[in-house]
Design a protein around this ligand. Structure first.
Ligand code: UDP
Ligand code: MG
Length: 319
């Protein structure tokens, strides 16, 4: 099979039939063999009935139904597990992403050799509120910086194409669908490209992601991704290092405080109590924090030893 189209959706009943018809038109025109996997993320409207009808009518239509709303990332994860096409294309269900982009995305994966091609929404709809466009700019700048993938303008575009083995290798959870390219890079799939795509205004229903709070969660996810990819397998390297440095500084400072007292005493002066000096407390606190950091690193290492992920290396091929 050439292409699997994976579509996460939450309450998009008005769009599904039209989206399917559009995808089918494009696929038939180009003679692709394909499947469409609708991942119904706990919709409370009639989305699932629409999917059932489509599946009854068209053998290439499949559906996954969540019992409740988990989020876009879990929906994508399930779709990825199920996909069998050589190229996996994800798109939003709300008709904002155009199926007309599919053939070129497919070509970039199969002929240009990309592992992942991300859409870049060119004609962002003019009516987008500032509360959406400004955070989006900030978010993309941060994501580029942290991930080190400098050639992407738009991490969060729902329209993306993947080599199939990439979709099986990464585990999307939380709200990490915003960082697919970063997940791909961490799994060793580094040929990541971008294609400018048309983007339209939402025709039916309302956006399922609103306001600033999505970016707060987005940043937290980015931080944990960064931390896991940098230190996840060796927490002792960061905590142990910081802890040792702090402990050493504190120890030296305490020694200096003590030495002053001894020197003053040997000169016959009354040096007072070491506890009268603020430096005593600072050095004490530094040693305590250093010990804590060290222990945190140690615990982190013990946890990662027991983690089911400890040997989760991506094997590209076996013979
Ligand atoms: N979506 C989902 N689960 C959710 C929220 C959204 O599957 O909990 C789907 C939604 O139905 C749509 C896609 O994710 O197909 C993108 O959502 P939306 O269009 O609301 O986001 P926006 O375009 O406003 O960023
Ligand atoms: Mg949308």
């Amino acid at each position: 099979m050439d292409i699997s189209v994976v579509i996460p959706l939450y309450n998009e009943e008005e769009s599904l039939a039209e989206l399917h018809a559009w995808i089918k038109r494009v696929m038939d025109e180009h003679g692709f063999s394909y499947e469409v996997i609708f991942c119904n993320d706990g919709s409370t409207d009639h989305s699932w009935q629409v999917i059932e009808q489509l599946a009854a009518q068209y053998p290439e239509v499949h559906g996954i139904k969540f019992r409740r709303n988990y989020g876009k990332s879990p929906a994508l994860y399930q779709g990825f597990q199920r996909a069998v096409g050589d190229v996996v294309i994800t798109m939003d269900a709300d008709l904002q992403d155009s199926p007309d982009e599919i053939p070129e995305l497919y070509r970039m994966i199969t002929e240009d050799g990309y592992d992942l091609v991300s859409g870049y929404k060119m004609n962002r709809r003019k009516g987008d509120p500032l509360s959406k466009t400004i955070p989006t700019k900030l978010f993309n700048a941060t994501a580029r910086r942290v991930s080190g993938i400098h050639n992407l303008h738009d991490f969060n575009c729902g329209l993306k194409a993947y080599r199939q083995d990439l979709t099986k290798a990464i585990e999307v959870y939380g709200e990490m669908h915003r960082y697919m390219p970063y997940l791909a890079k961490n799994a060793g799939f580094t040929r990541i490209g971008e294609k400018r795509v048309h983007h339209q205004a939402r025709q039916h229903g309302v956006s399922k992601f609103m306001g600033w709070n999505r970016f707060v969660n987005g940043y937290l996810d980015l931080m944990s991704l960064w931390f896991i990819s940098t230190f996840g397998l060796k927490p002792m390297h960061v905590f142990g290092f910081l802890g040792s440095i702090m402990f050493f500084l504190g120890f030296v400072a305490a020694a200096i405080v003590g030495a002053y007292k001894l020197i003053a005493m040997s000169n016959g002066n009354n040096p007072g109590l070491v506890t009268d000096s603020p430096y005593f407390y600072i050095s004490l606190a530094t040693m305590l924090i250093g010990t804590q950091l060290f222990v945190a690193g140690f615990l982190g290492d013990m946890i990662s030893r027991n983690s089911p992920e400890r040997n989760n290396y991506q094997v590209e091929k076996t013979i």
